[in-house]
Design a protein around this ligand. Structure first.
Ligand SMILES: [Zn+2]
Length: 476
């Protein structure tokens, strides 16, 4: 439970009052606030050519996949990394010098599968299996609760959680994607935002047209994509149409695949094949398609994924919580499938923390295959360099490298559980919990400094989340 001091309580009450005055529902809210800034207006606009220097005691750039270097300097110019190298005797001129002593500096983490606004459903239906959780809790709640207002608030809360744990990029599939895109732009995080082709809340074509017109190729924070929920919820016709749409618009596709044994039986009954084979026949296959879960894929399915270059998003905590099973990640790695990690929605996890995901994901594989091992480097690449490949963005994110976007996070190493510093990469995967992250930069802009998220009133978001909780309870 959140424990608040008197000062915070008073502040929260004031926020509650303010929020109750401005809170409206539905289209009225969406249209009236569509272009209003969410961040504090006192924040200075960023100079696009601003030079910042980051001095790192320890740097894990992922350029050499796992080598940690001491006393390194990152020069950031505008949104990009200008250079990376040893700290020189005299520093070059810069408008800002950020000193990260006693810190491990890493690429901003990449979450390859989320449903961000579902943070508002956190803690509901925790005792159910996937099918019952979806059909008895989530789908009915979404029908009653989802509107642009809900999406905006849920996305804000989720982005705060992501920044706090060092995440700078996500691939999300949910509803009212244009509203989400606006929040991403405002908060300064990078999002591959997939429009749900099954959505009954808005017209997918209108949303996709809007996102492609506004963002495709001309904005480097939001990347439009297509979301097909799953082979058992989307008809073969819809999948084929989505595949064509993705080809025509040159967009990525995100889809849940082979998540449960029930899905395997159902697709076999309907089409006489596995979900992966069915998707291949429908044209949903290839390097631009993110296959999420793949818990119950067989050898032939994985061979198809290798042949077609189809990447996989591994979501161990969600798979465990919903009792879906363990994805054959070690086998997929051996075969050469590109793998990224995801948390899935917070309602089936119950957080968006990639540190706990790495720890759990690695241990789960060791538990399933006691005679095999997986390295901390392989696991960490699943939230950085390999995750960037999954999203088709390995040319610009996932590493701290000259020419890449300046997506950077740092952990304060002064915590008892990070001593002795025998192997910081192992500590990242097995000892850190995300709370050590106190600095985050995305696209060259500092989003969190000394643990303070810049330019966002977190208490406004917390108070709003507490208020909407009551409406959700009534809708249950
Ligand atoms: Zn999901």
């Amino acid at each position: 439970m959140l424990k608040l001091g008197e000062k915070e309580k008073g502040r929260m009450m004031n926020q509650k009052k303010v929020f109750s005055q401005v809170y409206r529902t539905g289209q009225e809210f969406a249209s009236s606030t569509l272009h209003s800034p969410l961040r504090s207006s006192s924040q200075k606009p960023q100079n696009s050519n601003k030079i910042s220097i980051i001095l790192c005691e320890y740097l894990l750039s992922m350029e050499e996949e796992g080598e940690i270097k001491k006393d390194q300097m990152i020069v950031v110019e505008g949104s990009k990394i200008h250079s990376v190298g040893p700290i020189p005797e005299s520093l070059p001129q810069a408008e800002e010098v950020i000193r990260l002593n006693n810190h491990l500096v890493c690429p901003g983490l990449i979450n390859t599968h989320t449903h961000l606004p579902m943070v508002l459903f956190r803690g509901l239906g925790d005792h159910l299996t996937l099918k019952s959780w979806l059909e008895d809790i989530i789908f009915p709640l979404e029908k009653k609760m989802v509107n642009p207002d809900f999406i905006r608030l849920g996305t804000e809360l989720a982005l705060l959680e992501l920044i706090k744990s060092g995440v700078t990029s996500v691939c999300d599939m949910y509803f009212h994607t244009p509203v989400m895109a606006e929040v991403f732009e405002s908060y300064g995080l990078r999002g591959v935002l997939a429009v749900d082709m099954l959505s009954s809340f808005s017209d997918w074509k209108e949303d996709l047209d809007y996102l492609c017109d506004r963002y495709k190729g001309n904005n480097q924070l939001v990347y439009p994509a297509i979301a097909c929920h799953a082979p058992y919820t989307c008809s073969a016709e819809l999948l084929k149409m989505s595949a064509q749409e993705a080809r025509d618009r040159k967009l990525p596709v995100a889809i849940h695949v082979a998540e449960t044994q029930w899905e395997i039986s159902e697709i076999k009954k309907r089409y006489g094949k596995t979900p992966v084979a069915h998707l291949k026949d429908c044209g949903i296959i290839g390097p631009h398609c993110v296959f999420v879960h793949c818990v119950h894929v067989n050898e032939t399915d994985m061979d198809i994924m290798v042949e077609t270059g189809t990447p996989l998003s591994y979501n161990p905590e969600s798979n465990m919580k919903l009792g879906s099973g363990t994805a054959p990640i070690l086998r997929a790695l051996e075969k050469g499938i590109t793998i990224g990690m995801g948390t899935d929605g917070a309602a089936s996890n119950n957080n968006l923390n990639l540190f706990t995901e790495m720890d759990t994901g690695a241990k789960l594989q060791k538990l399933s295959h006691p005679s095999k091992t997986i390295s901390a480097r392989d696991i960490f690449s699943m939230v950085t360099s390999s995750a960037a490949k999954v999203l088709g963005l390995s040319h610009c994110i996932g590493k701290i490298q000259a020419g890449f976007f300046a997506d950077i996070m740092a952990l304060n190493l002064d915590h008892p559980h990070l001593y002795p510093r025998n192997d910081l990469l192992n500590h990242l995967v097995y000892s850190a919990s995300g709370g050590e992250v106190d600095f985050v930069m995305c696209h060259g802009k500092v989003l969190m400094k000394e643990s303070e998220i810049q330019g966002v009133d977190m208490f406004r978001v917390y108070a709003s989340a507490e208020m909407i909780k009551e409406k959700i309870k009534q809708a249950l």
